[in-house]
Design a protein around this ligand. Structure first.
Ligand SMILES: [Zn+2]
Length: 302
């Protein structure tokens, strides 16, 4: 039973929008692509968990604070006997472990050792569970989800599940009986209430309204080359069709996430979407989906 679904973090969404509308530096681009890749891996794992047997609670994407330290959990499964803490890595290619450090074989680049990250996360989760008076057995694993991943020189006791072991891991998990009671339910509720929706450490590249490309882009291929036909936007590159309302709404949400300090006004959204539509059409759509707020200096929406 999934108690908390996974969705893109605000940071990932913001970076995704920025990538479409401005030229990111190489470093920012790499960072952004890694976020996308990580998210893609997590979604892949979610699909595998759809066949989870027995009574279990699944909580995705958690961020907790304990003793002034923040830690993130990709997937937490509450079973009768234990809590499974799962970190998902979508690394691709050949890697090697060398005196506890992780390197890419081809580039030689050093990565954070997932085992160290997992250890930290497990310790902090244990502290958290103690502080809320729910001491539980924790079983922690790093799951390498990408079938193109190989890790050389792995110690036998590493908490790693490799792509070739994933089916067996899930099978073994499913074969352990699990019946949940009120205690588990309260624990899950408590954990959900402690989840921090905003990550104070997420950062974004610097950007400014004037510097971003304006316009409506295709929801399938992200091309800015769009035509209007019968109340729809039609993509000139891939032929995808989207209702005008849906597209304006999508772009308004994007504007709101990127510029939380700016008000949603007809004029701002008109500037942002930069289409052949007139301001009246934009106003009509905003009125339909948002609540009108009146201020002495004009109307805006929420
Ligand atoms: Zn398209």
């Amino acid at each position: 039973m999934i108690l908390k679904e996974r969705s893109e973090s605000e940071e990932l969404l913001s970076r995704r929008y920025l990538h479409r509308r401005m030229e990111l530096s190489e470093k920012e681009k790499t960072y952004y692509f890694n976020l996308e890749k990580g998210y893609e891996g997590e979604k892949k794992f979610d699909i595998l968990l759809e066949d989870l047997q027995e009574e279990r609670y699944v909580l995705n994407d958690l961020l907790f604070e304990v003793n002034n330290s923040f830690f993130q959990i990709d997937t937490l499964i509450i079973s009768q006997r234990a809590i499974h803490l799962i970190d998902i890595k979508n690394y691709e290619g050949d890697f090697r472990l060398d005196s506890d450090k992780l390197y890419s074989v081809i580039s030689g680049k050093e990565y954070k050792n997932p085992a160290d990250q997992l250890k930290r996360c497990t310790t902090l989760l244990r502290q958290l569970l103690q502080s809320i008076k729910y001491p539980s057995l924790i079983e922690s694993h790093v799951i390498f989800i990408n079938s193109e991943f190989t890790l050389y020189q792995t110690p036998l006791d590493a908490p790693f599940i490799f792509p070739t072991q994933l089916t067996r891991f899930l099978k073994e998990l499913n074969q352990t009986a699990s019946i949940l009671n009120d205690h588990h339910k309260k624990l899950a509720k408590k954990l959900l209430s402690l989840h921090q929706p905003k990550n104070p450490f997420s950062t974004l590249p610097k950007y400014h309204f004037d510097q971003l490309q304006k316009g409506i882009y295709c929801h399938q291929c992200y091309s800015f080359s769009m035509a209007i036909q019968f109340h729809h936007f039609v993509c000139k590159s891939c032929g995808s069709i989207e209702k005008i309302e849906d597209a304006i709404l999508r772009h308004t949400k994007e504007f709101n996430l990127l510029f939380p300090e700016k008000k949603i006004t007809t004029h701002n959204i008109y500037e942002w979407c930069k289409t052949e539509l007139n301001e009246r059409t934009i106003r009509r759509i905003l009125t339909k989906y948002f609540t009108k707020q009146k201020k002495t200096n004009g109307v805006y929406y929420k």
